[in-house]
Ligand binder design. Structure first.
Ligand code: FNR
Length: 369
C-alpha cells in the first residue's frame, strides 16, 4: 500500500511481515522462547486507563524535552537495534537521517551493519547520537570501542546489560545468517562463535559480550570516559536503586524487546515501583529513567511520561517502516507517533510534558493480571 494509507505503527508491521525477506522478518520480529514478555510489553499498556481533564486551554501543545541535556522534539529516541541492513540495503544511516528530520536522538548499536563512521558521518550539524555499548570480553577492545565512539562524537554510553548470554529466539535460530558486522573487532580471532553462522543472526555476535561484566566494572568505564553512562536493561527496582547508587546518569527499564529472558516484566509495569522507591531514597532527581518495549501508540508514550519516564525508546516499528518504505517510512512512523501524542495531550488537558502527571493515568489494574 502507498505510504499515506499507513495509519498506525501496526500497519507497518503488517506490511513488513508480507514484504520482508525471511531472515529480516525473523530477526526483527522474534522474541525469546514463547514470546510472552514480547507480547506483554505492549499488552501491559492496555491495563492503564487515562483520566483526561477537560476545559483547559489546550490550543498550544509543547512536546519538546531534553534527554541527558540534549534537545528532543518529543520524548522518544530511536533505540539501538542491530543489523538494519537485513531489512534495507542502506541500513542504520536511514534511521540517522530520519532522526534528524524529526529532531530526535538516535542510539547507535554496537552491532550495526553500517560502520560506526558511516553512522556518525551521516549525522547533520548539531544532531545528537548516543552509543549503545556491549562490553567486549577483551578489555583492550572494549576501551578502543569506547574511545572510537567518543572520538566520533557520540554523546553518551548506553551499556546494555541484559545480554550476558543470548536469549533463545527460536524463529531466528531457524535462519542461517551470513552477513558482515563491520564494527566487531576480533583481532585475535579468539571468538569461535563468530565464525559459526548457523545460529541465526543473533548468535553471530553474542559470544563477544563479556558475561563477567558487573557493577564493579563501572568504575573502570567511568575512568576512561566522562560522558554520561546509562544502564540499559534494568528489570527490577533493586537494580534501579543500585544503578543510581553507583552514580549512573540514567537507566533504561527494558527487557530487550522480550528477546532475552522470557517472563521478564515489561518496563511499563515496573516503572511505578521504580519511581516510587527512587523517590523514597532521594535518588529520583539524580537519574533519568527511560523505558522501552512495546511502544506503539502516542498513548503509550503519554502513560510512560505520566508514570515518571523522561523518554521512551522505539525499536521494531522503525525497522519495519525502514524495511518497507526506507527513510520516508521511518519519518512517517515518527510523525504518526508525534501526532498521536499531541492528540492525547490535547484530549487529556496537558499542554506540556510537565503537565502530564500521575493523576492522569489509572494504574489500579496494571499489576493485576
Ligand atoms: C534489539 N535490541 C537491541 N538492544 C541493544 O542494546 N543492542 C542491540 O544490538 C539490539 N539489537 C536489537 C535488534 C532488534 C532487531 C530488535 C527488535 C531489538 C533491543 C532494543 O534496543 C529495545 O530494547 C527493544 O527493541 C524495544 O522494544 P520494541 O520497541 O522493539 O518493542
Amino acid at each position: 500500500p502507498p505510504l499515506n494509507e499507513i495509519l498506525n505503527l501496526f500497519d507497518f508491521e503488517a506490511v513488513a511481515s508480507q514484504l520482508s525477506a525471511a531472515e529480516a522478518w525473523s530477526y526483527f520480529s522474534c522474541g525469546a522462547n514463547d514470546e510472552i514478555s514480547y507480547r506483554e510489553n505492549h499488552n501491559a499498556f492496555h491495563r492503564i486507563w487515562l483520566r483526561p481533564r477537560v476545559m483547559r486551554d489546550v490550543s498550544h501543545i509543547d512536546m519538546s524535552t531534553k534527554i541527558l541535556g540534549h534537545d528532543s522534539s518529543f520524548p522518544l529516541y530511536i533505540t539501538a537495534t542491530a543489523m538494519a541492513k537485513l531489512g534495507h540495503p542502506e541500513g542504520e544511516v536511514l534511521l540517522t537521517r530520519a532522526a534528524h528530520s524529526h529532531g530526535i536522538i538516535q542510539m547507535i548499536p554496537s552491532f550495526g551493519s553500517c560502520s560506526l563512521e558511516e553512522m556518525t558521518s551521516a549525522r547533520e550539524k548539531g544532531q545528537i547520537q548516543f552509543y549503545q555499548l556491549y562490553v567486549n570480553k577483551n578489555r583492550n577492545i572494549a576501551r578502543k570501542v569506547i574511545q572510537t565512539a567518543q572520538e566520533n562524537g557520540c554523546k553518551a554510553f548506553f551499556i546494555t546489560v541484559d545480554v550476558s548470554v543470548i536469549g533463545r529466539r527460536e524463529k531466528d535460530m531457524q535462519i542461517k545468517y551470513d552477513g558482515a558486522l563491520p564494527n566487531i573487532i576480533d583481532e585475535n580471532n579468539e571468538n569461535d562463535n563468530y565464525l559459526r553462522r548457523d545460529q541465526g543472526a543473533s548468535g553471530v555476535a553474542a559470544s563477544l559480550i563479556d558475561p563477567s561484566f558487573n557493577w564493579n566494572d563501572l568504575k573502570w568505564i567511568r575512568s576512561i570516559t566522562s560522558l554520561p553512562i546509562v544502564i540499559k536493561g534494568i528489570q527490577t527496582l533493586e537494580d534501579a536503586i543500585l544503578a543510581a547508587e553507583y552514580g549512573c546518569d540514567g537507566i533504561v527499564l527494558s527487557n530487550h524487546g522480550g528477546r532475552q529472558l522470557d517472563f521478564a516484566p515489561s518496563a511499563i509495569e515496573i516503572l511505578p515501583e521504580v519511581v516510587e522507591s527512587l523517590k523514597k531514597l532521594g535518588l529520583f532527581d539524580k537519574i533519568e529513567i527511560y523505558i522501552d518495549g512495546g511502544i506503539r501508540r502516542g498513548t503509550d508514550i503519554f502513560k510512560a511520561i505520566a508514570l515518571g519516564a523522561k523518554a521512551v525508546g522505539l525499536g521494531r516499528p522503525l525497522l519495519y517502516a525502514m524495511s518497507s518504505y526506507g527513510q520516508v517510512g521511518v519519518e512517517h512512523a515518527l510523525q504518526i507517533l508525534k501526532d498521536e501524542l499531541e492528540i492525547t495531550m490535547r484530549l487529556s488537558g496537558a499542554n506540556t510534558l510537565a503537565d502530564i502527571c500521575p493523576e492522569m493515568v489509572d494504574i489500579k489494574n496494571l499489576t493485576n493480571h
